[in-house]
Design a protein around this ligand. Structure first.
Ligand code: NDP
Length: 325
């Protein structure tokens, strides 16, 4: 029987258990993928702790790449043997075999490896909807993007540069600053020693930015609002430091008639057509060389707890991939 990471309870990394688990047969709109590589995402931490509720027991993981080994009766765009990558479509990617919704599974171009597919599928599609759909960034614009040396962050640095935009990235140390700059950030703010809004004011000659992409959440919420131009857009898309709660809407008025959205990738992949268009866009960027995977950590899947500890301790940079045989 194949193995998978399973949770019987929510909690710290120790609740991740490497367990023998039968793979279900795919329903009509599902496929089963034999994973060759699996992506680690901060969202996995939220499901592990229970911040994002899900009935127990459950698996973990929403990103991976491998070969299709079974196909539901109504799936038309995939066949057994296809090399694929996927994002979302059902929890449980931390597994040797994963049964998930077919609309979230995309054929991998021949020249993109499994590791890169697993590093880029969810994170790359996230950057794509943030920069192209939530707020379509234009050439010449200056934007603020938090956690710029992380998995999503390094891809955002590259994609923003390819669009001709100037990305100001926040990072927590000098090594991460170098990495963000090497990946295309226009400027960086080291949050361990610099004031975020003050530096944005200097870097933009007082103009501030039309959009802030904030995945840090609680710790940066107010500083992010302070970086926006009047009527600017706050894109709060993650909770690495904890969720933003108890907001008094009046703060949006006093800081300049601001807009706020709290988006998720799933809302930008509602139909098979939307999902396919998003994947085409991502993989054309990859094939054009605009976006490259930065896999800075690799682990065996059974050591997922160790990878979670590193991610939560802010010790990782770029993407982390679990490799399978
Ligand atoms: P990262 O690799 O970016 O890791 C998180 C980073 O956040 C850390 O490296 C750290 O960078 C920064 N951070 C700031 N404060 C904290 C803190 N208190 N604890 C831990 N980290 C902190 O993760 P991912 O690339 O997987 O994801 C980035 C973010 O994007 C996450 O918040 C995730 O939830 C969100 N996301 C949202 C999606 C959506 O559709 N809404 C989809 C995908 C991801 P530094 O040390 O430089 O500050």
């Amino acid at each position: 029987m194949p193995y998978a990471i399973q949770l019987q309870e929510h909690g710290g990394p120790e609740v991740l258990r490497w367990t023998e688990l039968a793979t279900p047969a795919p329903a009509a709109h599902q496929v089963v993928v034999r994973n060759r590589a699996v992506g680690l995402n901060f969202i996995d931490v939220y499901y592990r702790t229970g911040l994002y509720p899900h009935p127990l027991p459950h698996g973990l993981g929403l990103e991976g790449a491998g070969e299709v080994i079974a196909v539901g009766g109504e799936v038309r765009h995939l066949a057994v043997g296809d090399r694929v990558a996927y994002a979302m479509g059902g929890l449980g990617a931390y597994a040797e075999e994963h049964c998930l919704e077919a609309r979230n599974v995309f054929r991998l171009p021949d020249d993109v490896g499994f590791d890169d597919g697993a590093a880029l599928a969810l994170k790359g599609l996230t950057v794509r909807y943030l920069l192209r759909k939530t707020y379509p960034v234009e050439a010449g614009q200056t934007i603020l993007f938090h956690a710029a040396a992380g998995g999503v962050g390094l891809i955002a640095c590259q994609w923003a540069k390819a669009l001709g935009a100037k990305l100001i990235g926040t990072v927590s140390n000098a090594r991460k600053a170098e990495l963000a700059l090497a990946n295309g950030a226009w400027a960086v703010i080291d949050t361990s020693r610099e004031d975020i809004a003050g530096r944005v004011r200097e870097l933009t000659d007082g103009a501030m930015v039309p959009v802030v992409y904030d995945s840090v959440g609680r710790d940066t919420w107010e500083a992010s609002l302070d970086c926006l131009q009047p009527r600017g857009l706050m894109v709060s898309f993650g909770n690495a430091s904890g969720p933003v709660t108890g907001v008094n809407l009046g703060i949006l008025a006093s800081k300049g008639s601001l807009y706020v959205t709290r988006p998720t990738l799933a809302s930008y992949m509602l139909t098979p057509e939307m999902a396919a268009e998003a994947a085409d866009d991502l993989f054309s960027r990859v094939r054009a060389g605009d976006v490259k995977a930065s896999i800075d950590q690799r682990y065996a899947l059974r050591d997922a707890a160790e990878a979670h500890r590193a991610l939560e301790a802010r010790k990782t940079t770029g993407s982390t991939v679990f490799v399978l045989d």
